[in-house]
Design a protein. Structure first.
Length: 364
């Protein structure tokens, strides 16, 4: 009798867990959330600020609900891997909420929902999806997914590479193009996601792409931004080499970096923090994917958004998402601890919010 009673309670607990996971994945697609008028919505902020936007209401699970057939625990669709993925993403969101509540990190984790943020968020009204772009984290592929969903092209293979980032031709509206009331509605009701990556590895990727390889259609990084950084931050004035990673780190770690950022304009999006790009403590995102686990995260995001039957994420080349510890250590090996610590101090919010460890070379 005791054994039977224990098993009964275990099954009840398991059923409750399944229901919470399901609600997490599809709430933003199938539940109409209640609006809450935010305090200070429309209040004036610093330059680029549009308005402050409230978080969505907490979702309360009603009693007596049943799982849709495709999510039945006994069915093939509700696999052990899907349960594991749902739990991983729930833990990421819980960590995010906890860090957002940490008063000691408030200056590093909070930002106003400005026009700068709204310019980063792309809209798919047809399927009620918002995607916040975080450059140097494989965003081109996600933009292709949304372009297909918006109907501009019938398949990812058909999209010309020069169209993906041409926002007059790719059919991807930015959230900033809507009125305040329409912005608020979408932020409350739509499925929202973005992708993150180890912050230091992302900076290395941005440096290599913009200042070393330097695409031919982006000459301003090498001919305008690099000289500006060199003039301000290069220690040895006799050196005539192009921008070095050490110069880049010194610029990013300077607490007074913003005076240069203003001159560089939106080109800085490739190295500003995730906090500044997507306002994760102000906007309640449905899912936050990690570049390092994109092979698992991409299918989960498509399924959670309810679009996995419509489009697939492009094939990921083997090893491209693996964190390269050796590369990171090599790039930072010749840089002073003082400069690295100042850099970490700026990006600490990104490390803490998304569960990335402080680099070992800072702990030694």
């Amino acid at each position: 009798w005791l054994l039977s009673d224990t098993m009964h309670h275990q099954w009840l607990l398991l059923a409750a867990c399944f229901w919470v996971i399901f609600m997490f994945m599809v709430a933003s697609k199938f539940i109409t959330l209640t609006f809450k008028d935010p305090d200070g919505y429309g209040a004036k902020q610093e330059p680029l600020i549009l308005t402050a936007v409230t978080k969505v209401e907490e979702v309360h699970v009603p009693e007596g609900k049943h799982w849709p057939e495709e999510f039945q625990p006994t069915g093939k669709a509700f696999s052990g891997n899907l349960i594991h993925q749902a739990l991983v993403h729930m833990e990421r969101l819980e960590l995010l909420r906890n860090v957002c509540r940490d008063a000691a990190l408030r200056n590093l984790s909070h930002t106003a929902v400005s026009k700068f943020v709204l310019d980063r968020i792309f809209v798919c009204d047809k399927h009620k999806i918002l995607f916040c772009q975080t450059p140097k984290v494989g965003n081109t592929q996600w933009k292709k997914v949304l372009i297909v969903l918006n109907g501009a092209f019938s398949s990812i293979e058909e999209i010309p590479e020069n169209i993906v980032h041409d926002h007059e031709k790719n059919g991807l509206p930015r959230l900033s193009s809507f009125s305040d009331s329409e912005i608020k509605k979408r932020l409350n009701l739509y499925f929202k996601f973005f992708i993150v990556r180890d912050p230091f590895e992302r900076l290395i990727s941005a440096f290599k792409d913009k200042f070393v390889h330097n695409p031919r259609f982006e000459p301003w990084y090498r001919h305008e931004i690099a000289p500006g950084i060199i003039r301000k931050y290069r220690k040895n004035r006799t050196e005539t080499k192009g921008l070095q990673f050490e110069d880049f780190v010194r610029y990013l770690g300077d607490p007074n970096h913003r005076w240069l950022d203003v001159q560089f304009g939106d080109h800085i999006i490739h190295w500003v923090t995730y906090v500044e790009l997507c306002a994760p403590c102000e906007i309640t995102y449905s899912v936050i994917g990690h570049h390092e686990t994109l092979e698992d995260d991409a299918p989960f995001i498509l399924k959670a958004a309810g679009i996995d039957h419509l489009v697939s994420y492009p094939t990921i080349p083997p090893g491209i998402t693996v964190y390269n510890k050796t590369k990171v250590e090599r790039y930072f090996s010749g840089i002073s601890k003082r400069d690295i610590r100042r850099l970490y101090a700026r990006f600490e919010g990104d490390f803490k919010l998304f569960g990335y460890r402080e680099p070992d070379f800072l702990l030694n």
